[in-house]
Design a protein around this ligand. Structure first.
Ligand SMILES: C[S@@+](CC[C@H](N)C(=O)[O-])C[C@H]1O[C@@H](n2cnc3c(N)ncnc32)[C@H](O)[C@@H]1O
Length: 224
């Protein structure tokens, strides 16, 4: 078992809801998520097209996945933590939706089909070799589909409470943004030194983020 897996197993075991503790966590109305431009943008995009297939990578307790399932999308979730994966299954049943949960490392995941939307929210800073995972996400996206990616940037140092496991933030114009050079950016912004509200088990701290939603070119030739 990896340190990352142990870290998240312990976090998810320690409390019923680690992430997304707000009451309307599953609301599919973008206006109910004013604190997250990323969530708002995903919902706006997903609501203006017929439901498709979505993959939530590093789904945690499954909030992004469940929201999309409530919109009628066929959703799969990949989660490294067994405790996290079990919570996605419990919370999806409580929400009355179906999410196909894969308890595995994203690097070992081979999908059976392409996805119209791949969400990777807060995961890539736990992975050193980001280019390979970006390529994997891009390859599993249908032409015209979207990738929504959020990760820590190197703009500010990794806060001390997080220095208990290896982490690998990326430069604001680093491997991740570079990998999407030819994709149309629906959203690309750098969130700098944002106070973290997610962890009740850590001292107060702040992170800097890269937030990106990008659309895959619709012909294979343009996609690289
Ligand atoms: C910061 S949490 C974000 C959870 C969720 N995406 C959310 O926004 O609520 C990062 C998650 O990524 C998972 N994770 C980290 N490395 C992973 C990997 N290589 N493959 C799959 N999941 C991974 C962790 O177990 C953890 O649940």
């Amino acid at each position: 078992m990896t340190e990352i897996q142990e870290f998240f197993d312990a976090a998810y075991r320690g409390t019923d809801r680690y992430w997304w503790r707000q009451a309307h966590r599953y609301s599919t109305d973008p206006d109910d998520h004013p604190a997250s431009l990323m969530t708002q943008s995903i919902l706006r995009w997903a609501r203006q097209r017929p439901p498709g297939r979505a993959l939530d990578i590093g789904s945690g307790e499954g909030t992004d996945a469940i929201r999309l399932a409530l919109l009628g999308w066929q959703v799969e979730a990949v989660e490294l933590s067994g405790i996290g994966a079990a919570k996605v299954r419990r919370f999806m049943r409580e929400a009355g939706v179906e999410v196909a949960v894969h308890h595995t490392d994203i690097r070992d995941f081979a999908p059976a089909h392409a996805f119209d939307l791949v969400v990777c929210n807060g995961v890539l800073h736990y992975i050193e070799e980001k280019s390979a995972v970006c390529k994997q996400m891009q390859d599993m996206t249908a032409p015209g589909g979207m990738n929504a990616v959020s990760l820590w940037s190197t703009f500010s140092p990794v806060p001390r409470p997080h220095q208990v496991v290896p982490t690998f933030p990326d430069d604001e114009e680093g491997a991740v943004v570079g990998a999407y050079g030819r994709w149309r950016k629906v959203l690309l912004y750098m969130e700098r030194i944002k106070q973290e509200a997610g962890h009740l088990d850590m001292d107060e701290h702040a992170h800097s983020f890269i937030k990106m939603i990008a659309e895959k070119p619709s012909t294979a030739d343009e996609s690289r």
